[in-house]
Design a protein around this ligand. Structure first.
Ligand code: G6P
Length: 591
């Protein structure tokens, strides 16, 4: 979702900002813009479309100070007028903003009746409020006064035409990092945007205000108390955000999964013992119910976590969709434990729930790929899924890494010893075998791309994989796809089957093999074109994709690679933008 970048330093600021925006492209956006110092003026360049479109209008321009933005439309359609940066009515202030101001209409009515507006954005209200207050206050005071009035979320960078030696920043709820390099200070919405220009970073706390110049970084809280600069080293390597020889990041990330499993074994096991904090294990063991909270693929991964925890540890569990939980309070048990799953650690719906849970003082663990994230800062415990940076919007390796990490956590909490380590090694080898078989997946993709609908079916574990399979196909191939528990077909969905509707069954569990096949047969009798993805031990010669046998509870780690590849090739064959699908964002920082 919206990305912000800022640079002040000795190198070409405009080049640094455009490069930063390119690194943030993966977050998802529909327009982009920059504002930069040119002589004694601030110039703005913005376009609907890609960051590459910007490059044409700013070619060869040098500047010592610049800010930039990629916009994912919330207020107002994606066009040049609504793209950031936005300028105040009299031209004094320029702003880029990530977030949503909930009370912008009220503020406009109360303070800005004399002002005229160009865009439909809430952002234009912020920049005009600053200008309005600056008539009687200093810039710092005007920004802090504006902060005190805003409700909602924001991470903003601001330039003042009367002082071109500083970048101002303010932040509440939306993420903003400040980076420090040998010759520069820079900003970005996530660490990826800082790579190449900063060696250290510091995530800004909510309600932080800052003034940055070449000489230094001066941060304050909303009432003006100085905040200490606490920088830490950037651990992400440049190679991690490089596509290398792959056509797309998604394909690279699909291929990284066998290695990811081995990495997780390396990080969490010493011999046969699992290294997870004993305090965390103790805390989970004390609980009478584990509540899993997540969104999207991470929520589908948490179904497996529930399964492992219940089966291995005997603790009742429930999975909640974060965007629902924010507005409804379920029955809470006496000793609940909350586990959040998030690749980015910045999903706004999840942050809203964490804050709500935190107020009630319930223990919180976040399982994430981003340990420098807001969610980790708000949690009592965190576990790293060590998937490495995931750039493609559609999650692949982070999803499987969450499942592996949950199995490891359940093994640590359980008092029963299992041979998880060797089973996981077998999974990484089985994953490699599936990847060798990618042409079969491509063949299936070719057959389904022109269909209006497609359905995935399965039961139990295989049903949860079907949910993820269907999400992948929707996200990047734009095919209307649903997942059904195969037993539910005859209670409604079977009415949707017409001639050649693709129905793909996932079969990796002995107990449900026979019945899922019967249900698939029922769709074939009504004209469906059926496909079977089955584990070797349960397969028949007619099955379309046969995957190696692994421990039955880890089979989703292998079957899911097949459906990831089907979705990937369907998107490629349809000439879709695989890594940056339309309307979607990697980091969903608005509720
Ligand atoms: C977006 C992404 C999905 C992701 C979901 C949850 O919708 O496109 O790939 O699963 O957010 O994100 P999180 O970072 O919390 O795992």
């Amino acid at each position: 979702m919206c990305g912000i970048v800022g640079y002040i330093g000795k190198e070409n600021a405009l080049k640094a900002v455009v490069e930063g925006l390119e690194k943030l492209e993966y977050r998802g956006y529909d327009s982009a813009g920059v504002a930069y110092k040119k002589g004694e003026d601030i110039l703005i360049c913005k376009e609907k479309g890609r960051v590459s479109d910007l490059k044409l209008c700013i070619l060869d321009t040098d500047s010592s100070l610049a800010i930039g933005h990629t916009r994912w439309a919330t207020h107002g359609e994606p066009n040049k007028r609504n793209a950031h940066p936005h300028c105040s009515m009299n031209g004094r202030f320029v702003i880029v903003h990530n977030g949503i101001i909930e009370n912008y209409q009220k503020l406009k009515f109360e303070y800005l009746s004399e002002y005229s507006f160009i865009s439909e954005t809430d952002t234009e209200i912020i920049v005009n409020l600053i200008e309005h207050f600056s008539i009687s206050l200093t810039t710092e005071e005007a920004i802090r006064k504006t902060m005190s009035l805003l409700e909602g979320s924001y991470a903003c960078l601001i330039l003042d035409q009367n002082d071109l030696e500083h970048i101002y920043c303010m932040k509440d709820k939306s993420p903003l990092l400040i980076g420090r390099g040998k010759s520069a200070v820079c900003f970005a919405s996530d660490i990826t945007g800082l790579i190449g220009y900063a060696e250290e970073y510091m995530p800004l706390e909510d309600k932080t205000f800052g003034v940055i110049s070449k000489e230094g970084i001066y941060l304050q809280d909303i009432i003006g108390i100085a905040i200490e600069n606490k920088f830490q080293k950037i651990a992400v390597q440049k190679e991690e955000i490089d596509k290398q020889t792959y056509d797309h990041f998604m394909l690279k990330e699909i291929y990284e999964q066998p290695m990811m499993v081995r990495n997780l074994i390396h990080h969490y096991f010493s011999k046969e013992e699992v290294n997870v904090s004993s305090k965390l294990i103790h805390h989970i063991r004390q609980s009478d119910k584990i509540n899993f909270v997540a969104c999207g693929s991470s929520m589908y991964a948490s179904y497996f976590a529930k399964y492992y925890m219940e089966k291995l540890c005997g603790i009742p569990c429930e999975v909640f969709c974060a965007s629902e939980l924010v507005y409804s309070t379920p029955l809470i048990s006496k000793r609940p434990f909350f586990i959040f799953f998030s690749q980015s650690g910045e999903t706004a719906d999840l942050i809203a729930v964490i804050k709500k849970i935190k107020k009630q003082r319930f223990p919180i663990l976040t399982i994430t790929n981003t340990i420098e994230s807001s969610m980790v800062r708000l949690s009592d415990y965190y576990l790293n899924i060590y998937a490495g940076k995931e750039i493609a919007v559609a999650s692949t390796k982070a999803y499987t890494a969450m499942i592996v990490t949950s199995a490891i956590l359940a093994r640590a909490v359980s008092k029963t010893k299992t041979n998880l380590k060797s089973n996981l090694k077998a999974v990484s080898l089985a994953m490699e075998k599936v990847l060798e078989n990618k042409e079969v997946c491509k063949g299936i993709a070719k057959e389904i791309i022109d269909q209006k609908d497609a359905f995935y079916i399965g039961r139990g574990i295989d049903y949860w994989t079907s949910l993820e399979a269907s999400l992948k196909l929707k996200e990047i191939a734009y095919i209307h796809t649903e997942a059904f528990s195969s037993g539910e077909l005859k209670h409604g969905p079977i009415a949707l089957i017409t001639k050649n509707t693709p129905v793909l069954a996932i079969i990796t569990q002995e107990g449900t093999n026979r019945i899922t096949r019967s249900n698939l047969e029922e769709t074939a009798s009504r004209g469906a074109k059926t496909y079977v993805i089955a584990s070797k031990g349960l397969s028949t010669p007619k099955d379309d994709v046969i995957i190696p046998n692994v421990a039955h509870y880890l089979s989703p780690l292998v079957s899911v690679l097949v459906v990831q590849l089907i979705a990937y090739y369907a998107a490629v064959l349809k000439h879709n933008d695989v890594d940056k699908p339309k309307n979607l964002a990697k980091s969903v920082t608005v509720e």
